[in-house]
Ligand binder design. Structure first.
Ligand code: SF4
Length: 359
């Protein structure tokens, strides 16, 4: 299923029509979450230690957000029930050949280019020329670079869209749980390696931002403040973004150093100076990253700067504005959240110290 020429994770290649059924409504009548169930193949063995080519069901399902569910529904219209969503036989529109298995790298690469062309056409039709995807000086995007783009998003979990932040956090958590991901185990090939690289680069960005804020006179608070200062000073700078092959190994080794990796957590308005045993978000055994989407107040890994306090107050102001036009029960919740954010900012102001005073 998975070859060196085809770097998409087998977890995606192994998806079949019907993998993401519409969920039953919850008891309170609200819609349940869509879950994707799939099989994995690597390192699946029977009691005698022989490889089981049929694979086995993944223990951890993926939480699917609306765009992913829509994409699966489109693919389910292309392939018959129970067939692989990327079945080669059903996607080979030109030759209609009786291929077996999933689409291979060459076809997927062409589809990425077709998608870019379609997106650019749509952007122009919609009068949004600034949203076109520029031609890439390094050539076609290809699967490896496309995968790196996905990893960039997973590693940085851009804030703003709550559903996406949860999804990316969940993906990071599932991919990071080397024990729960059957094809992951201890090896860091494929998506794991790419994710490690992007996570290390994101941590370096976070460290660089922290150094800049301190240099500009910002104060710092939180139980992990001293540790974060040390980590920021020790984190290497990565000039440019050309990633040599050896960098994967270095990234994995860097991330495994508990206590020195700084994770930006814009949704919680903090930097997480991650030590596994301190983490209140309960990362899985052996995980090298926090479950940032489940960040808990009062965690010993928390660090905040004056910028975080300012952003907390800005967000509180936005919530107050929303509360003013919301129905009463929702408005009360928003106002309470705004007050909580302001309290957090006040605690920062009351306890923050300069870097010199801390070290
Ligand atoms: S709970 Fe602690 S370890 Fe988890 S994300 Fe928040 S600060 Fe980091």
């Amino acid at each position: 299923m998975h070859s060196r020429n085809n770097p998409l994770p087998p977890v995606v290649q192994g998806l079949r029509s019907g993998c993401c059924p519409d969920p039953e409504p919850r008891r309170d009548g609200t819609p349940g979450r869509h879950l994707i169930r799939s099989r994995h193949y690597k390192n699946v063995t029977n009691d005698d230690g022989h490889h089981v080519s049929a694979g086995e069901d993944r223990k951890v399902p993926w939480v699917a957000i609306a765009p992913v569910v829509h994409a699966i529904r489109v693919l389910e219209r292309i392939v018959p029930d129970g067939e692989l969503l990327f079945s080669s036989a059903h996607h080979d529109f030109i030759n209609h050949r009786g291929h077996y298995g999933v689409l291979k790298g060459k076809n997927l690469k062409q589809r990425i280019e077709d998608f870019v062309a379609w997106a650019n056409r749509e952007a122009l039709v919609q009068g949004l020329p600034e949203q076109t995807i520029p031609a890439d000086p390094l050539g076609a995007i290809g699967l490896a670079r496309f995968r790196r783009t996905l990893a960039w998003h997973v590693a940085r979990r851009p804030g703003g869209l709550v559903a996406l932040a949860i999804q990316y956090g969940h993906m990071r958590s599932v991919l990071d749980a080397r024990t729960s991901s059957g094809y992951g185990t201890r090896s860091r090939h494929g998506i794991h390696g790419v994710l490690d690289v992007e996570t290390a680069l994101a941590a370096a960005d976070t460290a660089a931002r922290l150094r800049e804020r301190i240099a500009s006179g910002e104060k710092i608070s939180g139980p992990a403040a001293r540790r974060a200062l040390t980590a920021a000073a020790q984190t290497p700078r990565f000039e440019g973004r050309i990633v040599p092959k050896t960098f994967t190994k270095n990234s994995t080794a860097f991330l495994a150093r508990d206590g020195v990796v700084l994770y930006d957590n814009p949704d919680a308005f903090l930097i997480c100076a991650f030590i596994h045993d301190n983490a209140l978000c309960e990362p899985e055994l052996g995980a090298t990253a926090p479950r940032q989407y489940d960040c808990q107040p009062g965690c010993g890994n928390t660090v905040r700067t004056d910028t975080h306090a300012r952003l907390l107050r800005e967000r509180a102001g936005e919530l107050d504005q929303l509360a003013a036009s919301a129905p009463a029960p929702v408005g009360r919740r928003l106002t309470a959240n705004a007050a909580r954010l302001r309290d957090t900012a006040d605690i920062h102001d009351a306890t923050a110290q300069s870097a010199n005073a801390i070290s």
